[in-house]
Write a protein that binds this ligand. Structure first.
Ligand code: CO
Ligand code: CO
Length: 296
């Protein structure tokens, strides 16, 4: 594939290809089982974003044996295995290194039919842009670490981070998505620009239609915003045309862990998505342009 695509692809024969990716994260939650499961869902996502089916995985774990006992490590692996089982993926091995800060993730191998590979940059003018999880994951995790996230909001956050992008991929393929990626570290805005790439397109987004977890704006207004959201916004600002206030823009720039899929489909694809029964929102559209994001 190319720079910015979600995974590497190796053509096995004229019909079938391998999809290969690796992703490692530091803990977002205190519970080892949940951390392992979230990390697995996050690592699998890039294979789904390419239209692929993950088949096997290798675990990569960094930790300091003086700080963490075997129960913690077992918990992480159990959480990872439960998510892999849900996805129908075999854990075939792994590697452990000593590390001051605990880290866990997977190298995932998937397969994809050549004609069904979803790349980041196939959008056409007139396409609709669809997003399959609400934004605000990075902000909510920041609040969680500060002890400022209520139990109900924590459960809401967990349910999104633990959700596989498998059914969203099915829906994207069924609706004949022309381009697809997953929302991760660059936030919605960064991944939109990545999809536009160097092509003569603009993305038009409607802020009211962009799903955001219900409590996120309050958190932003209390200053619970991760550094990465400010960095993203600064970096992408020159390509954005909008009257929106900074708090709203920070939500659109918020780095996501295990975020949803963002894909572009022709208008005829939308009724197929309705039938797929997944969570999704049409957040905007693609027009001819010069590499900008317009947000109303
Ligand atoms: Co990705
Ligand atoms: Co990735």
């Amino acid at each position: 594939m190319g720079p910015g695509d979600d995974a590497g692809v190796y053509l096995l024969n004229e019909h079938l290809a391998l999809v290969e990716t690796v992703d490692i994260i530091t803990p977002l939650v205190d519970d080892p089982f949940l951390f392992g499961a979230i990390s697995a869902a996050n690592s699998l996502s890039d294979v789904y974003a390419m239209g692929g089916k993950p088949i096997s995985a290798l675990a990569i774990l960094g930790y300091d044996p003086c700080d963490f006992d075997r129960e913690v490590i077992k918990g992480i692996l159990r959480g990872c295995l439960s998510k892999l089982q849900e996805a129908g993926v075999n854990l075939v091995g792994g590697h452990t290194v000593e590390d001051q800060e605990i880290k866990f993730g997977l190298s995932v191998t998937g397969i994809v039919e050549k004609e069904r590979i979803l790349r980041k940059d196939g959008s056409q003018p007139g396409d609709m842009l669809c997003l399959t999880k609400p934004l605000g994951i990075g902000i909510a995790v920041t609040a969680l670490k500060a002890g400022r996230l209520s139990e109900a909001y924590y459960q809401n956050l967990l349910s999104w981070m633990l959700m596989l992008n498998e059914r969203a991929r099915d829906a994207a393929l069924m609706a004949k998505a022309r381009a697809c990626t997953d929302i991760t570290g660059f936030g919605l805005l960064g991944h939109c620009l990545n999809m536009i790439s160097e092509r003569p397109l603009d993305f038009y987004l409607d802020f009211k239609k962009i799903p955001v977890m219900p409590f996120i704006m309050d958190l932003v207004q209390s200053g619970l915003v991760p550094k990465g959201a400010y960095e993203n916004l600064n970096f992408f600002k020159k390509s954005i045309v909008t009257q929106l206030d900074e708090d709203s823009l920070l939500i659109l720039a918020d780095p996501q862990t295990s975020g949803g899929l963002l894909f572009s489909v022709s208008e005829e694809g939308i009724p197929l998505l309705d039938k797929a029964g997944i969570f999704f929102s049409v957040i905007g559209e693609v027009r001819e342009g010069s590499g900008r994001i317009y947000i109303v």
